[in-house]
Each structure stands twice: as structure tokens, then as C-alpha cells.
Write a new protein. Structure first.
Length: 68
């Protein structure tokens, strides 16, 4: 385990300095708003019904094909 940790730390220190800046660019920090917008889109497009129907059919198929 120590060998892996040393290898990762060596790899990290040899990366260019600007690669760490890429991970810090945040265009919209409103995480709760993004989740709410995605959920509303999920409901409005009817994908929630596909999810629920798929869960029910999957549960039925699982019970039909299980042994015991």
C-alpha cells in the first residue's frame, strides 16, 4: 500500500501547475438549484414514470426468476 501511495504522490508532483487550476473553475455554485432544476426536468419529461414502471417490472421479473 505504501508503494502505491508513493507512486501517486510522485505522479502528482510532476503534473504541470495549471492542471490543478482546472478543477477549481466553478461556473454555477448553486448546487441545490441545479439539483432542483434537474429533478423538475426529470418529472416534466415523464422520465419518472419510466423509472417507476421499470422498477415494478424489474421487481416482478426478479421474483419470477429467483429460485426458492
Amino acid at each position: 500500500m505504501n508503494y502505491i501511495s508513493d507512486s501517486i504522490s510522485q505522479l502528482y508532483w510532476h503534473l504541470p501547475a495549471n492542471i490543478t487550476v482546472l478543477a477549481q473553475n466553478v461556473s454555477d455554485p448553486d448546487l441545490i438549484g441545479q439539483i432542483q432544476k434537474a429533478w423538475n426536468n426529470f418529472v416534466q419529461t415523464g422520465q419518472i414514470w419510466a423509472l417507476l414502471i421499470g422498477l415494478v417490472i424489474g421487481y416482478i421479473l426478479r421474483n419470477l426468476t429467483s429460485y426458492g
